[in-house]
Design a protein around this ligand. Structure first.
Ligand SMILES: Cc1ncc(C[n+]2csc(CCOP(=O)(O)OP(=O)(O)O)c2C)c(N)n1
Ligand code: SF4
Length: 281
């Protein structure tokens, strides 16, 4: 039985209830539509009310997602979504905080925050829509772009070894690591449900084609397949598996038991005015 079936008894809201009235401006056929659906299915499955959820993003096509959801949201600055989300979760631990990013946003300018969010293990769910390109800024190679991807902006390919986000998440201390595919919204929703339920920092890479700058990624639909291995709680074993992975195996790879970082809340909060006076120059 998967997480979607086991939660079927909490049907208070439907996925449609988590969609905002804002119409996505993504290119028709963009993989991110599937991720939006997956997130709404996951929230409905978890039985969370919109006011119990905050979705935080950076900048990029993928980072537009908070605007399309009926929940608290913050469209932040490029690469800083995890820093913002960490502060929010520590200050308001009762909220379920989901962070949404792209591979450029999350692994290039936001790479440092990614390492330390894994290490800190605050209870966040980090969904990265990985299309192996900078979509919003017209198709530059990103940290996950294949070295031989030949394009107008990278003639002959970059020749650079791509970043392996799942291995890096494991090595840095993430407590849950999974990969989904945007063409399978229900399967991806199931991963997000498990990620939210797993305490600590959960990382879900969702491979999500950019049909405008990477039409070659349409081939992913026939190439993705469920990982032939069961999840493990041994990070070294999971990392070894990933080192020979072609990036198209989906499912939960690692589910750990590290205790999340959750500092005690102060017994009283001082008014902002008092703080302003203390910090006044
Ligand atoms: C500090 C800063 N640097 C650069 C940019 C320009 N910029 C906006 S979106 C983006 C790339 C986004 O790519 P990715 O995160 O892969 O998301 P996608 O658009 O592919 O979903 C860049 C470089 C910016 N907005 N702010
Ligand atoms: S440019 Fe690519 S990532 Fe951006 S909306 Fe279009 S298809 Fe999606």
């Amino acid at each position: 039985m998967n997480a979607l079936d086991s939660a079927a008894a909490v049907p208070a809201l439907t996925p449609r209830d988590y969609k905002s009235p804002v119409k996505p401006i993504w290119c028709p056929g963009c993989g991110d539509f599937g991720v939006l659906s997956a997130i709404t299915i996951a929230f409905a499955t978890l039985g969370l009310r919109p006011e119990e959820v905050a979705v935080i993003s950076g900048i990029g096509c993928s980072s537009r997602i908070p605007a399309y959801l009926n929940a608290y949201g913050f469209h932040g600055v490029h690469g800083r979504a995890l820093a913002l989300a960490t502060g929010l979760k520590v200050a308001r631990p009762e909220l379920t905080v989901l962070v949404a990013s792209g591979d450029g946003d999350g692994f290039s300018i936001g790479g440092n925050h990614f390492l330390h969010a894994c290490r800190r293990n605050v209870d966040l769910t980090y969904v990265v829509m990985d299309n192996r390109v900078y979509g919003m800024t017209k198709g530059q190679p990103s940290p996950t772009t294949e070295p031989d991807w030949d394009s107008a902006l990278s003639p002959g390919g970059t020749g650079l070894r791509p970043f392996n986000p799942l291995v890096i998440a494991l090595a840095s201390g993430a407590n849950f690591v999974a990969r989904g595919f945007s063409g399978d919204p229900r399967g991806t929703a199931d991963l997000i449900v498990q990620a939210v339920r797993n305490p600590g920092f959960s990382f879900v890479e969702v491979i999500s084609p950019c049909i405008t700058f990477r039409p070659d990624q349409l081939a992913w639909k026939r190439a993705v397949r469920p990982a032939p291995v069961a999840p493990t709680d041994d990070p070294a074993r999971a990392a070894r598996r990933l080192m020979s992975d072609d990036g198209l195996n989906t499912g939960v790879l690692y589910s750990g038991t590290r205790r999340p970082y959750a500092p005690p809340r102060p017994s009283s909060l001082r008014p902002v005015k008092t703080l302003q006076q203390e910090f006044a120059l």
